[in-house]
Design a protein around this ligand. Structure first.
Ligand SMILES: Cc1cc2nc3c(=O)[nH]c(=O)nc-3n(C[C@H](O)[C@H](O)[C@H](O)COP(=O)(O)OP(=O)(O)OC[C@H]3O[C@@H](n4cnc5c(N)ncnc54)[C@H](O)[C@@H]3O)c2cc1C
Length: 511
């Protein structure tokens, strides 16, 4: 079948790759699809599995970006089905241990489960009381006020658990729009070969699918829409230009907000407002490989309570990769201000703080600097092509900000990315679903259909006006005045004379 349309997807993260794969698979050969990716050495965006040196080599396959699949919504997380269909091997990170280092206390199994159930009730009460008050505030403030109201002390396990949650640590996380499963709970399934494996499979396609065309080192600077020609010209960072029929913009919100990707004509006000308002969280990972494992292997996650405000979000959570992959690796998580501060530390400082933290959790004699084989770390906030870890509802944000991007800018610009869906924002499954949504809109010729519908309405309105004019003439009334009056009332400026000749003819014929 002949190619009817050239499509470029800007951004090779999971959203862009999902969109491109969907068009390649479902487009019945009618579309030529290219993904333009700014990064020099890899696609995947905020999915980054460390096997850069040799993409085919198995080794220390650990993720420095998003990698855990949320299993709470078994039915609504499309990635759970996809990984099953692609027969990707998965493992479950579960069985957490909660440690209060300064009290030398460890909670696990039933004891921890009980505390978590009670902590969840406190969150529900915090959210409900905020809803009841009707004024937004941070989930931190809402939880703090519940703890006070219920007389739960600072060293109570429920309080320590709650104040270790990412949403508590990330400043100004909205209580009104808090969703437990978008950041705090339910992330427990990982791919044994890393999330990068899923990105590779999206790119290569299955045996009976065509591979996708990706251009790395191809940063787009400007999206220029020529409405009269129905074309889009992309100006690239290297100064060259490409003109195509349709574009899917799948870059993170901060890239647009910072003006690293420009639009001509400018984005409508509501789109600009959305990218400038949506909260963007700071989050990082540090992957530490040891010579031998020194931690108990029966727990998939270790969470250490924070004693001081400054410690909140700083390497409180450690994922036990040894339990999953059999390699002596721990992955530390950082959230909020701590994640941002972490990016300015030197390698030596990172090593020191990792050791200090692990010694406080597992004991001073458990580990020393000579046990560390390798440290890898992310810096998502200072990364030009991400500008943070993921979007989140800041106090005062409304879901409409995310959903603005669900609507394409017709005739030919569509949007995808985790910041373009409220349900699933900030997640892998939300980003994936947004890519499928953008592709399906494009495949269904959404903009052409919308234009046809608008044209139909315009003709109907024109016909109505001519009929009205005719009727008034028959009754001997002054039609011009009435028409003007009606236009004043409806705010319409179009006059019958301005209606297309074709419409007039059509109406005359009918009369
Ligand atoms: C540390 C961390 C941990 C996380 N953990 C989880 C988790 O466990 N589970 C979960 O569900 N989610 C998690 N997330 C969130 C998840 O990773 C993201 O929501 C998701 O990957 C976003 O995908 P995306 O395609 O929308 O954006 P991105 O992955 O950011 O893709 C956008 C792409 O656009 C490219 N680009 C940017 N500008 C341009 C330009 N001008 N021209 C061309 N290309 C451009 C970028 O390089 C990038 O490849 C985590 C995120 C981080 C950072």
């Amino acid at each position: 079948q002949a190619i009817e349309k050239e499509v470029v997807v800007i951004g090779g993260g999971i959203a862009g790759l999902a969109a491109a794969r969907q068009i390649v698979n479902r487009g019945r050969g009618r579309f030529s699809v290219h993904v333009y990716e700014a990064r020099r050495e890899r696609y995947g965006g905020r999915v980054w599995t460390n096997r850069l040196k040799n993409p085919r080599a198995r080794g220390l396959e650990v993720d420095l970006g998003g990698n855990t699949l949320n299993v709470v919504n078994q039915l609504t997380n499309p990635l759970l089905n996809l990984t099953r269909d692609l027969e990707l091997e998965t493992a479950t990170i579960s069985n957490a241990q909660f440690i209060v280092p300064w009290l030398n206390k460890k909670y696990s199994d039933d004891e921890l489960m009980q505390a978590m159930i009670q902590a969840s009730t406190i969150i529900s009460d915090a959210v409900n009381s905020t809803r009841h008050q009707g004024t937004d505030r941070s989930i931190k403030d809402a939880i703090d006020s519940q703890l006070k109201e219920k007389g739960v002390g600072k060293e109570d396990v429920r309080s320590l658990l709650l104040r270790s949650l990412p949403s508590y640590v990330i400043s100004e996380y909205s209580a009104l729009h808090y969703q437990a499963d978008s950041l705090d709970f339910g992330y427990e399934q990982v791919l044994l070969d890393g999330m990068g494996e899923l990105m590779d499979r999206l790119v290569s396609g299955s045996e009976d699918e065509k591979p996708m065309k990706i251009r790395l080192r191809t940063a787009v600077r400007q999206v220029k829409v020529d409405r009269s020609q129905g074309k889009v010209t992309l100006r690239l960072k290297d100064g060259s230009q490409v003109t195509v029929d349709e574009v899917i913009v799948a870059v993170p919100a901060p890239v647009i907000a910072k003006g690293d990707l420009l639009f001509e004509p400018s984005l409508p006000k509501e789109y600009q407002w959305a990218v400038s308002q949506i909260g963007m969280s700071d989050g990082n990972k540090v992957v530490v490989e040891f010579d031998v494992p020194f931690w108990p292997n029966d727990h998939g996650v270790f969470i250490a309570a924070a004693q001081h405000e400054d410690d909140r979000g700083f390497l409180q959570t450690w994922l036990n990769i040894h339990k999953v992959l059999g390699k002596p690796v721990l992955v530390g998580l950082l959230f909020g201000d701590a994640a941002r501060r972490f990016e300015s530390l030197s390698d030596e400082e990172v090593k020191d703080s990792v050791l200090q933290k692990l010694q406080s959790v597992f004991g001073n004699d458990a580990v020393s600097s000579k046990n560390i084989v390798k440290i890898l770390r992310s810096a998502w906030t200072s990364d030009q092509w991400s500008g943070g870890a993921s979007s989140y509802p800041k106090v005062g944000n409304v879901p409409k900000l995310w959903d603005t991007f669900a609507e394409p800018l017709c005739p030919n610009v569509y949007f995808a990315g985790e910041h373009t869906v409220f349900r699933g924002h900030g997640t892998l499954h939300g980003a994936y679903a947004s890519g499928i949504r953008a592709a399906d809109l494009l495949l269904s010729s959404y903009c052409e259909e919308k234009a046809k519908e608008e044209e139909r309405k315009r003709k109907e309105e024109a016909r109505r006006k001519v009929e009205l004019k005719k009727k008034k003439k028959e009754q001997g009334l002054d039609t011009e005045d009435d028409e003007e009056k009606e236009e004043e009332q409806t705010g319409e400026e179009e006059t019958v004379e301005e209606i297309d000749e074709s419409v007039k003819k059509e109406v005359k014929d009918e009369l």
